[in-house]
Write a protein that binds this ligand. Structure first.
Ligand SMILES: [Ca+2]
Length: 411
């Protein structure tokens, strides 16, 4: 009976789908069939459809093309106006990559990074007015005194020369505080809003003193922040003028956000957040809201122990739009709205590290209505997912090949 209902729903979805309905959705029970870690503590979703969406195989045929290789731990990718790419390598290098895969020399003038554990050079983004200002924004892990470190962001003007170039006048525009001695949970993605403000995602540093600060208003740990491009504070940020609260804060209670993108349907930021053993989440973070970590969360500690009181709901704390248990270890997030793959319109893609695949989610009315795994047999952990100007999906493979891959329609 339940299966029949789902199949009817899928048929209606397919019938109502956009012009691109050249494929037939195959749908059924949930994609995820493994037991949830949180089941040991009686965890249940807060609303129907919050987890374990129906498997929805669109059957889109694609080829995986290797665009470039030889990068070391590529982490972030963005496109220059002429179709070339800027790519970060976690050890601390920024390179220009041509559409046919030639790597430039490392761009000079980038900041020194703390390259241990999950630290290093992380995301890269272009100024919304790059055509005139040539500004390139970076996020990275930065060393501090006494073995401490933390997430930072800065910008410099790209000047090309020879087989590379430099970032001129690199200036720090944001520093997470306090810095902590930890190798983990730096975030970090950079996303400009349609109005030109800059979201910086980050983490809570993983160690317990950092984790507990995700709920502490005088700390930037475990917070999503929003600034103006020069580092100043947007006057409509939710905590402007609140004594003792850093005015960069947008929302609180986050664990480690390594994927973020603007939803073209409503212009709002969506984030994908790394959970512990289960509890990876998708959120649409609203200003001044508390996303719960570590007070409420799905899943468990890596040990299997409960996290805090083991609760998943609390008044004043927000529920994720969607969550996974068991985990997928997500990084990179991209809405697909291009024409190269009509059937993938209105899908959300993310990279997964464990297991290794590219996730595709169907979105309908702001809800996750279907889920499939593509490239599950490919064997590469995916660090970043972007949609290119050509409508292809570009992936950074976090594997020994250090590859930029792109998905194009099967020939
Ligand atoms: Ca949460």
């Amino acid at each position: 009976m339940r299966l029949a209902t789902v199949l009817i729903a899928a048929a209606i979805l397919a019938a109502c789908g956009e012009s691109g309905a050249q494929t037939t959705a195959v749908s059924g029970g949930p994609l995820e069939t493994q037991p949830a870690n949180g089941a040991a503590y009686g965890q249940k979703p807060a609303f129907p459809g919050q987890t374990r969406a129906p498997l929805q195989k669109l059957g889109v045929a694609f080829d995986v093309v290797t665009v470039a290789s030889g990068l070391v731990d590529p982490w972030g990718l963005t496109f220059l106006p002429d179709g070339r790419m800027l790519v970060t390598e976690q050890p601390g290098r920024l390179r220009i990559v041509t559409a046919d895969g030639k790597l430039s020399d490392p761009i000079a003038g980038t900041p020194a990074v703390y390259h241990e554990g999950q630290g290093g050079l992380l995301d890269v983004a272009l100024s919304p007015t790059f055509a005139t200002d040539r500004l390139v924004y970076l996020s990275y892990a930065e060393a501090g005194p006494d073995g401490t470190n933390g997430t930072a962001s800065g910008r410099g003007r790209l000047v090309e020369s020879g087989n590379g170039g430099r970032l001129e006048g690199f200036t720090v525009i944001y520093r997470q505080a306090p810095k902590m001695a930890s190798r983990l949970h730096f975030g970090s993605r950079l996303v400009f809003t349609p109005k030109g403000n800059l979201f910086i995602t980050q983490g809570e540093r993983s160690i317990i003193p950092g984790r507990m600060q995700a709920q502490q208003m005088d700390s930037l740990l475990g917070k999503l922040v929003r600034i103006r491009p020069d580092g100043s504070i947007p006057p409509d940020n939710p905590y402007v003028g609140k004594a003792g609260v850093p005015p960069q804060i947008w929302s609180i209670g986050h664990r480690n956000i390594q994927g973020a993108a603007i939803n073209p349907a409503n212009g709002k930021l969506w984030t994908i957040e790394y959970g512990a053993k289960g509890g990876d989440e998708i959120n649409e973070p609203e200003p001044g809201r508390d996303y719960g970590w570590p007070t409420i969360t799905y899943g468990t500690e890596y040990s299997g122990a409960k996290i805090g009181e083991g609760i998943t709901q609390k008044a004043g704390m927000e529920q994720p739009l969607y969550y996974w248990d068991p985990t997928n270890a997500p990084s990179g997030l991209a809405f697909y709205n291009a024409n190269l793959f009509p059937a993938w319109k209105d899908s959300l893609f993310f990279g997964s590290h464990n297991p290794k695949y590219v996730g595709r989610l169907s979105i309908n009315g702001g809800k996750i209505t279907g889920e499939e795994r593509i490239m599950a047999d490919f064997g590469a952990a995916i660090r970043d997912v972007r949609v290119g100007p050509d409508g292809a999906i570009y992936l950074l493979a976090d594997d020994p090949g250090g590859r930029i891959l792109k998905l194009v329609p099967k020939r």
